[in-house]
Design a protein around this ligand. Structure first.
Ligand SMILES: NC(=O)c1ccc[n+]([C@@H]2O[C@H](COP(=O)([O-])OP(=O)(O)OC[C@H]3O[C@@H](n4cnc5c(N)ncnc54)[C@H](OP(=O)(O)O)[C@@H]3O)[C@@H](O)[C@H]2O)c1
Length: 195
């Protein structure tokens, strides 16, 4: 199988990547990944999708995301634009431009419980996740094979070092990886999976 995925975290994704790579061709994209692209930039997305034009993907995993945690009035517009570009527009552009079969290819969004529940200090991040959740529902209704995974807080590089994550409800990284594996190997059929 050909698997496209957007991430290069320092965390356990690498373990999943290595596992999937045993029997599949994995195309791992991020600014520092195996294939380098800044997904906030149109020119990078164009170069990437041109390069992969002849590769038909069986699985597309969309995970790259960033956030700003704080009062809306304290964040700057540049940050907000980057969040919208990465969390929302990049995924739409990739789904428009990559080569895949809309009825057969599994598309997995590693999304967030914040796309369903209001959280303080998340303004633009919450809006980006919320918007894409409804886009995913539309894709699902058009017969695309869509999977939407909503973790709670996960202990990754995502969070500033000074935040005490133990105060928040958490999802383990292993739990997410297991669900992704189950989807890839046909053991999971649910559209939206809250973790
Ligand atoms: N951590 C949490 O508490 C939590 C909770 C719920 C949902 N989520 C969601 O889970 C997903 C992954 O988050 P994470 O916790 O793994 O965060 P992370 O450790 O910060 O990873 C974010 C990933 O996005 C990539 N990325 C960032 N900017 C990029 C850009 N401009 N172009 C291409 N790739 C870019 C990064 O790779 P490079 O640096 O190499 O570009 C990295 O692999 C996100 O969608 C996030 O919203 C996270």
């Amino acid at each position: 199988m050909n698997i496209f995925l957007t991430w290069d975290s320092s965390w356990i994704w690498k373990a999943l990547f290595e596992k999937l790579s045993i029997d599949n061709d994995v195309f791992w994209v991020s600014r520092n990944g195996q294939i380098k692209a800044d997904l906030t930039q149109n020119k990078d997305i164009d170069l990437l999708t041109d390069k992969l034009e002849n590769t038909k993907f069986d699985i597309i995993i969309l995970n790259a995301g960033r956030w700003y945690f704080g009062n809306f009035e304290d964040g700057d517009l540049k940050t907000y634009e980057e969040i919208i570009n990465l969390n929302l527009l990049a995924n739409i552009k990739l789904l428009k431009k990559l080569n895949y079969d809309k009825k057969k290819t599994k598309i997995i969004f590693i999304w967030s419980i914040i796309s369903k529940k209001f959280m303080k200090w998340a303004s633009i991040y919450q809006a980006s996740k919320f918007w894409l959740r409804w886009f995913a529902w539309w894709l699902k209704n058009e017969w695309y094979k869509i999977f939407f995974i909503n973790p709670k807080i996960v202990d990754t590089n995502f969070h500033p070092k000074d935040i005490d994550l133990s105060k928040f409800p958490q999802t383990s990284i292993e739990n997410i990886v297991n669900v992704v594996e189950n989807i890839v190997f046909w053991k999971e059929n649910r559209f939206e999976i809250d973790l």
